[in-house]
Design a protein around this ligand. Sequence first.
Ligand SMILES: *Cc1c(COP(=O)(O)O)cnc(C)c1O
Length: 325
Amino acid sequence: ICEHSHRGPVFDAVLDEAVADCRTVGGIPDDYEILFLQGGATLQFGMIPMNFLPEDGVADYPDTGVWTNKAIKEAKAFGTVNVAFDGSACGYDHVPTREELSLSENAAYLHYCSNNTIFGTRFDVPPETAAPLVCDASSEMFARPIDVARHALIYAGAQKNLGPSGVALVIIHREFMSKAVRTPISMLDYARHAKGGSRLNTPPTFGIYMMGLVFKWILAEGGLEAIERRNEAKAKLLYDAIDGSGGFYRGVSRPECRSRMNVTFRLPSEALEKTFVAEAAAEGMDGLKGHRDAGGVRASIYNAFPIAGCERLASFMGEFASKHG
Ligand SMILES: *Cc1c(COP(=O)(O)O)cnc(C)c1O
């Protein structure tokens, strides 16, 4: 694919199939555009308020972790941000309940992060609001069915669940797209990307090709319901290991908000956490150190991660607890 022109017939077919398969996987209605953009999820942090937050307007942003923090900072450059929930007060151990959300009147949109990658929490269902819903689904895109019709815009950097880095998937409602308020630069204009079929310039052809293969894999596995069942089983193995450890392991997230993608937990001391991470790595289980902003341990078990890996980690957790507990 790297040898073909991005406007040639070979890539035409790759792109068309990727869009069509994405629509099938996500059950994405016809009045939504599917865009493959660059700049990652992080560019969406700025592009969304640039397009949809008027200077004299306000947008609601529940702050549920590191990524929403970054999104809030970017949005403040364009208009007023109402931090509709301040998760820092509880160490980001949960996402807001309906009562905890303080919404503004006539918000241009509400931006939320459906799965908080670093602290390991998630929204079971999208927050309730009358405002258009914008979702950062970067760390759980296509890990479970999504109610696309509830959303004005859903975006995700590809690299966690969808394919290699370098592509961001954006699903945007056409009517919402037509309300953009600032469109000075073509690469930052959703409508021009839509009109150009994600080919305003040379797109990341290899990433789109790979993402297309991932969509086909999801369909072959039985679609998002089947993927969700497997993700539930994977996460349950690890949460059972936490809950059955007699308090040796402590989950970071409140049980009702537990992420199925990022399982975060603490051990009785930081020294034991270090030993845990080192001994796990020695057994071939790498990358368990928690994010520097959260500490502790984090097992990221995205779609591509096999159930056997979770079984292996769960049994290691049991052995480690009996040796050190
Ligand atoms: C990883 C991540 C991002 C950042 O993605 P980039 O593509 O690197 O910009 C944003 N939001 C969430 C929830 C993430 O997990």
